[in-house]
Design a protein around this ligand. Sequence first.
Ligand code: HEM
Length: 184
Amino acid sequence: MAIETLAFLKTLEQRVGLTPEDKSILKSNAEWGLEIAPQMADHFYAYLGRDQEMNAILNQTEGRVHRLHETFIQWFHQMFTGMDDWGTEYAKCRWHIGVIHVKIGIVPQYVVPAMGVVVHEVGKTLKSHAKPEELQESLGKICMIDLAFIEQAYVEVARSAVLRETGWSEALFKRLVATGAASL
Ligand code: HEM
């Protein structure tokens, strides 16, 4: 896969403006993040379950929803801890999450509104727990970074599959996409 995950993470940090202050506010609220994570998972999977297509994916295999609750809690907590201070491990983990979603056919039109639900629910909970506005901003930024990883994985997996199967060059692929877009 033609992506260097740590470099991608650093680029996204620049783009969303994730600062050392954001990281420190996230870290100092990590325990709170873990506390509210199960409740966030409940909202998240209730939302996915209300959508016919996503509900079908969630229930495709036995025990999937249960497993997802656990992985969601880990994911949510990691946004606060940064795992290895938002280093190689964090970047690899987020890339892996992206690739898993591509493999099981989770498309951008599912993921973007789902992340919107996380941002919305966490915002409401922050208010009711009288948490500072800065924490809301920092969380919003890290959610956007994680979202960008999932979306970019979709593009990269599709592009590398086409290049591998066809033997086309990157330049030819880009030209064909541009031509295809022009005719839409
Ligand atoms: C905010 C966006 C999302 C986040 C942060 C998220 C998070 C995760 C995480 C952490 C995993 C576990 C990856 C692993 O095994 O290492 C996972 C897997 C999965 N996610 Fe998501 N997810 C998101 C959106 C969605 C959406 C929209 C769906 C739609 C149905 C979905 C369905 C699944 C499924 C089916 C799996 C695989 C479960 C299995 O192991 O069988 N996710 N997700």
